[in-house]
Design a protein around this ligand. Structure first.
Ligand code: SAH
Ligand code: SF4
Length: 338
């Protein structure tokens, strides 16, 4: 059975016409989905019960089902979502002052297998379909009663390895006829999959790109990201330049801080140099324990690392963990269940 969000407005209109419905019905249903954050067919109060029933027999409203919700003391809410084949993914709702960010997954598992990350521990199971990514988004909207201010694709999976479906989902999220979110409010995070970065650059859209660099040189990087799907830093940064020029967006370098591996003052200076040369910002993410052999550096080391980058004149922020008290790191909740 198809999911209703797979249909375009034109397709929905044609289907309802064929069912003998007046043309404004399609528009009403469309508005429930894309303007009023309906969570089910039943929510569509100005559509007759009979028609809702007929629609429900023809199309599923969503392909994701919430099966667990874990709230942290800081307000972050992590949802475990079940898919039609029983697979599990995660999405996170992150409130900060008046703004809300959704963190969405793009794959079931991840083929890259960064050694500190719970998402890639059992490799890739499958890509998410466009309607499953939209389903995550709709679940968050139904929970919060509104659209988020920002979306980051920093959940489970390497989005650029599921390029077509990710981009179809971004189109649904941004096109005026659908959810109509600003493209500048969306960030795609990649472990540095160069062909995907270059393909994305060709779109010349003002989508934000975050690159998980994690190391200032290939030697250190190879201790963190295994060789399977990893590119030399020089190629990644070349692709980052292309992206910045074509899309007119400053890229962010994400850097998971791992004690004794990539957190030395020399590494900080070298990272600052790369960021400066390529006009990038730096986002430091102290390691969130996932049961790997890595350790989170002390606060003193983290602060020192940040200071070196800051003093080099590079914009730097530290992502103080949100939701870490309740299995907050990416892919952890799912991993605990498998
Ligand atoms: N696959 C993409 C996007 C998902 S991961 C990527 O790697 O960029 C999003 C970010 O969370 C990445 O920067 C990743 O390095 C970081 N991350 C994952 N697990 C983490 C952990 N246990 N501690 C700290 N950062 C983590
Ligand atoms: Fe995959 Fe990103 Fe986790 Fe690496 S950090 S295993 S690329 S999800």
């Amino acid at each position: 059975m198809k999911i209703i969000t797979e249909l375009t407005l034109a397709e929905l209109t044609a289907e309802l016409k064929a069912m003998g419905e007046p043309s404004f019905r399609a528009k009403q249903i469309h508005e429930w989905i894309y303007r009023k954050n309906a969570a089910s067919w039943d929510a569509m109060s100005n559509i007759s019960k009979d028609l809702r029933q007929k629609c429900a027999e023809k199309w599923k409203f969503t392909s994701v089902e919430e099966c667990e919700s874990v709230k942290s003391s800081d307000g972050t809410e992590k949802l475990l979502l079940k898919l039609h084949d029983g697979e599990l993914i995660e999405m996170v709702i992150i409130p900060a002052e008046k703004r809300i960010t959704f963190c969405l997954s793009t794959q079931v598992g991840c083929p890259v297998g960064c050694l500190f990350c719970a998402s890639g521990r059992n490799g890739l199971t499958r890509n998410l379909a466009m309607h499953e990514i939209i389903g995550e988004f709709q679940t968050g909207c139904a929970k919060t009663g509104r659209l988020p201010d920002n979306i980051v694709f920093m959940g489970i999976g390497e989005g650029l390895l599921n390029y077509e479906n990710l981009l179809s989902a971004i189109e649904r999220l941004t096109e005026n006829e659908y959810f109509g979110m600003g493209v500048r409010r969306i960030t795609v995070s990649t472990s540095g999959f160069v062909p995907g970065m270059l393909k994305l650059a060709e779109r010349q859209q003002e989508l934000n790109l975050a690159i998980s660099l994690h190391a200032p040189n290939d030697e250190i990087r190879s201790k963190i990201i295994p060789g399977k799907i990893s590119y030399p830093i020089s190629e990644i940064m070349e692709a980052a330049d292309v992206y910045r020029e074509k899309c007119n967006r400053m890229v962010t370098l994400e850097y998971t801080l791992l004690d004794g591996i990539n957190d030395s003052p020399d590494a900080a200076s070298a990272l600052a140099e790369i960021a400066r040369k390529h006009h990038a910002k730096v986002n430091l993410i102290p390691y969130n324990d996932t049961g790997s052999d890595f350790k989170r550096p002390s606060d003193k080391k983290i602060n020192k690392f940040e200071q070196i980058i800051d003093r080099a004149g590079v914009a730097v922020s530290v992502r103080r963990e949100r939701g870490s008290d309740r299995a907050g790191a990416c892919g952890q909740l799912r991993h605990q269940r498998s």
